[in-house]
Design a protein around this ligand. Structure first.
Ligand SMILES: C[S@@+](CC[C@H](N)C(=O)[O-])C[C@H]1O[C@@H](n2cnc3c(N)ncnc32)[C@H](O)[C@@H]1O
Length: 226
């Protein structure tokens, strides 16, 4: 892992935020996460959906082991940075510019980034609103917030039922997914129940929705800081 320097990421200009801590995340969850969500082609097409400019500074917030960062680099983006709380996952992000920090109190100057990209992180948080305020703080005016999170759908409901059923033990993928799902279920359910209200919350907190799209498993939102 190559830690970012002040030269790479804008330096801090504020103290730590006071808010609810993020949900606890075990080493078992992190190991299971590394056994799933590996499709690079899916990641490429999802990133392309947002039609970002390769010159823009991009922060992958909750970057995990850095798969999306690798895809950004491969697609020609040159100013890409990652931030995550997990040192165990960041250790895999070799040769990338990453920092260990909390989404609730990022050591990044305000008004300093063109893009904040968040893939599968908000549904892990105990409290989404202070995280959105923190994202708005670090984005420049006109900057873009790109979000990919779970969406509620009959297919997800079915997949979750199957994952939590005794049949999951016959599939390595489902066994790993079960490990993850059991740990994040309360948070995921809370997110899924309020997901449809999220665009309104974004507008309330200083964003304009550029688009909101859905697939059977995910919601994709692009919003501009106003
Ligand atoms: C489902 S993983 C997604 C990782 C990555 N975005 C991906 O698509 O592979 C959720 C990530 O959010 C990180 N995370 C959870 N709470 C966080 C927080 N409060 N601040 C920063 N990162 C957090 C976890 O460590 C984990 O890497």
């Amino acid at each position: 892992m190559k830690h970012t320097t002040d030269r790479a990421l804008p330096s801090p200009n504020h103290g730590p935020a006071i808010c609810e801590p993020a949900v606890t995340q075990t080493r078992e969850w992190e190991t299971a996460y590394r056994g799933t969500r590996r499709s690079l082609s899916t990641r490429r097409s999802r990133i392309s959906l947002f039609e970002l400019n390769t010159e823009e500074s991009i922060l992958d917030l909750g970057c995990g082991d850095g798969l999306d960062l690798h895809v950004f680099v491969e697609l020609g983006y040159t100013r890409v940075y990652g931030l995550d709380t997990s040192l165990q996952l960041l250790a895999y992000a070799e040769d990338l510019e990453v920092i260990q920090a909390d989404i609730y109190a990022m050591p990044i100057a305000g008004d300093s980034l063109d893009v904040v990209f968040v893939n599968g992180v908000l549904h892990h948080l105990a409290d989404v609103e202070p995280a959105i305020l923190e994202i708005r703080r670090v984005l420049s005016n006109g900057g873009v917030f790109c979000l990919i999170e779970p969406t509620s759908s009959p297919l997800r409901w079915l997949a979750n039922k199957l994952t939590l059923s005794p049949f999951a033990r016959f599939s390595r993928f489902l066994t790993l997914r079960k490990q993850m799902l059991e740990e994040e279920l309360p948070c995921q359910e809370k997110w899924l129940a309020t997901e449809r209200l999220f665009p309104g919350l974004l507008e309330h907190l200083g964003f304009q929705i550029v688009f909101r799209r859905r697939s059977p498993f995910s919601v994709f939102i692009k919003a501009r800081a106003t």
